[in-house]
Design a protein around this ligand. Sequence first.
Ligand code: FAD
Length: 498
Amino acid sequence: MQQLRRILIVGGGSAGWMTAALLARLFKGLYDIRLIESEEIGTIGVGEATIPAIKTYNDLLGLDENEFLRRTQGSFKLGIEFVDWLRPGSRYVHGFGVIGKNLEWLRLHQFWLKQRAAGSTVPLDAYSINTAAPPAHKFMRARTDMPASPMGQIAHAFHIDAGLYARFLRDYAEARGVRRREGRVASVQQDGTTGFVRAVAMDDGEVIEADLFVDCSGFRGLLIEGALSTGYEDWSHWLPCDRAVAVVSPRTDFPPYTRATARPAGWQWRIPLQHRTGNGHVYSSRHMDDDTAERILLVNLDGDPLVAPRRLRFTTGRRKLAWNRNVVAVGLAAGFIEPLESTGLHLIQSAVIRLVRLLPDAGFDPANIDEYNRQTQFEYERIRDFVILHYKATERDDTAFWRHVRDMDVPDTLARKIALFAANGRIFREDEELFAEESWIQVLIGQGILPRAHDPLVDVRSPADVAAYLENIRGVIDKCVALMPTHADYVAKTCAAP
Ligand code: FAD
């Protein structure tokens, strides 16, 4: 290849349009960017809960947050409520952002552990504004003028209608020169010697050439797998859920969080949007049949479904190489981890940003490709570990599914983390892994992994000091929550869809 000039994106779901929008924004016409999508094939049509990092992506595009929420019927998300995961009747919130205020280089949970051992029953949730506000359905954006107050530390993400988001990004990308081609790719043409993809042929006969291909064709991985036979690493022995059934229902209550409720062979999501509630049941087909899964979903909706339920199949895992020759797979074409921690759209955004940072100028230097693949593998594996933790650390033994996940072996990387935490409550974020210490701490404790002892540094403070420190933080957070508006009022005032 001479100079990189032509980029062809195959697929127009969230992955395709997120890729197109960011490339168009950053490269400002430097490349000829085209996108092919097929209305007849359609998109996966799910993917509504996000994590705070999506703000980085939206900021790169220069989107106004209220406009984005109006266009996507969006709502705010402070975290995820996990119901019945540890045991039936249990609940905890994995909130974004910080937990309290650290002391003596130690994170707050270390002091909380000491108090707990002394008989306190206050849950860890009470010490972070992101976990204390959700039960009251309170929300506001962080006050930038109060950085030291919990009000200045509120961390938020969004729930969005993914179809509307893709449509929004399509308008954005087309306005910046991306050319869209409707139609079905019928075949892929490769160079006989190198195997590099030269062009795709459309079903009406048109041949579209490019230098770099971004495969956003969804689970089928038309180029990365269909043409290049890259291979897929299957993780279903650790994450056995392989099906989902999804349905939307009318909006009822309007909490600023996603709810994930454990079910006999998987779990159910509930995502509140302005115009409706998104629901889905993720389950293991080895442990439950499709009709039963659908019935469980439907009897657990708040209202009647607005459409017929949609059934989906997937295999958890990752493409062995996300970048192979001149094809970069983004989105479902690159791999899939069940949506328990809402990481699908994030994996798209980080893939596109990584591509931008390692884009070749001319030719394809293996050093760029190897680095891209190394970072991608690391990111997927660490998210995988975090999701496995929710299953592995359970006390449930009421069904074969829960017994299986509770008793299974887990990756060494995760086993090490659990063992370290179980000893003295210590956790360290490695490299650029997505989930920070606070996330691990909340899920480890929420899932019942209580360390055998706290960090000895805690004992530098007297028990009375520790109690006062915790009480003070809890009191301030309670006061802040009381002052916050409800999520419904905040949305109505700032970003209600017309
Ligand atoms: P798709 O949406 O499948 O798009 C594929 C595109 O390729 C389509 O435009 C299609 O028309 C096109 N195409 C395919 N073949 C051809 C062809 N031959 N010719 C032309 N065009 C073609 N992520 C989150 O962040 N949060 C969530 O809450 C969340 N929930 C999820 C729940 C479930 C059950 C599943 C399965 C996924 C969820 N995800 C979630 C992930 C999220 O849905 C995806 O990451 C995201 O939608 C990206 O999909 P995609 O664009 O890669 O694929």
